[in-house]
Design a protein around this ligand. Sequence first.
Ligand SMILES: C[S@@+](CC[C@H](N)C(=O)[O-])C[C@H]1O[C@@H](n2cnc3c(N)ncnc32)[C@H](O)[C@@H]1O
Length: 453
Amino acid sequence: MDISQTDSQTDAQSEFLEKMRRQFDFGPYPRTPIEESPTDNSNELFIHNLLTPYYLHHHKFINTEGKVLLDAGCGTGYKALILATANPGARVVGIDISPKSIELAEQRLEYHGFKDKVEFHVLAIEEVAKLEMKFDYINCDEVLYFFDDIANGLAALKSVLKPQGIIRSNLHSLLQRQIFFRAQELFGLMGLMEEFSEEMAIPIVVETMKALGSWVDIKKYGWNPAYEVEEKNMEALLANHLLQGDKGYRVTELFEGLKRAGLEFVAMTNWRQWDVADLFNEPDNLPSYLAMGLADSSQETRLTLYELMNPVHRLLDFWCANSLDIPDYLPIPDWSLQDWQTSQVALHPQLKTDKFKQAAIEAINQNKPLMISEFLSLPALKPVTVDASVVNLLLKLWDAPQSFEALADLWQHTHPVNWVTLEPISRDEARQKVADALGKLEVFLYVLVERGH
Ligand SMILES: C[S@@+](CC[C@H](N)C(=O)[O-])C[C@H]1O[C@@H](n2cnc3c(N)ncnc32)[C@H](O)[C@@H]1O
């Protein structure tokens, strides 16, 4: 694919970039207070932890020590801070075209003690190769939808991605966000998007929307009284009604853009919230015609069905990689006990908190179940609870990753007798119990399992 540009395109593009720079120098994003820490936000840390997509894609663990991460279009650096927090020992490089945003990002990371682990540059994504660096992970959050052609943005990121590396990016959903695209067109017609003059535009938007009747569609679905409060309206209006260069996409356009950039779709970052089966009253008993069709449909088709039936996600938020070719991959439900016996097991790092450990000890002492989804809710659709006997395994994993056999040992010690036959529990019975428990938790990535060879 040739994504090189003609001179006239380059001119148009630099004009557009200049508009972007002005937009975000005026309203740097996000406005999250500098002292706010993501330490307790397990869902954000989960998404930004390199281990999460690396394991989903390669089915292997990865140590974040020494890895190099890029936050492309980092804004005021809150996501760069999450990346630095979620990936101990990694180096984070942030780039953005807005000097004001970069200044704030530098201040933020310094405030949180990461000064020596990060670097920021005023640089366009289109020019990222100038860094002369290659990255293990690239985060490009809330930026790609500004590109005229998303394949150009993705190709620029791919050019600095290591062969095994992973990119996370997202696009605004055309179907979910229609109300704001209409608002942008409306305020464009009123001349409020022409010149860059938000100071003038914001009060006009507020005045117009306040004056509209409450039954009017654009007010009913595209307005919130909170936008009328002066200190609060700035970020919301600039990020929605007055966002310049914003565009909406369908799932098919995402897949087409990835293809043109030579990248492969790995998964949605909130993949558990994109399962068509979950939209039915009985997910395990789907109408037969649909069930047959779903059985051999592609990821793209399944996601498209979801977006047509239930376009509730603002973002098409995805991970992608250079290739989908994973040697020796065998899905866990197909593993034999021999496969399990070679495996290593780890607890997801975002469950390795003191709060989780205390709750696990309490569940074991009181022999009661633990609601694990309270500690990490994103990968679960409904509450997920774990029996005290399985919590015992998790507590062992809290200390360090274990071989599967060490967990089978632990099970045999804590459950020496089969309660039905009253015979001593056999080694294979213990293995089967542990494999079943881990298999159920691995679906949510609460535990990660790496098969040996
Ligand atoms: C909506 S903000 C998102 C900031 C941050 N990624 C986040 O999610 O918190 C978009 C950012 O992308 C930057 N940006 C837009 N186009 C860019 C480009 N082509 N190259 C680099 N930065 C860009 C803007 O300056 C702005 O700071």
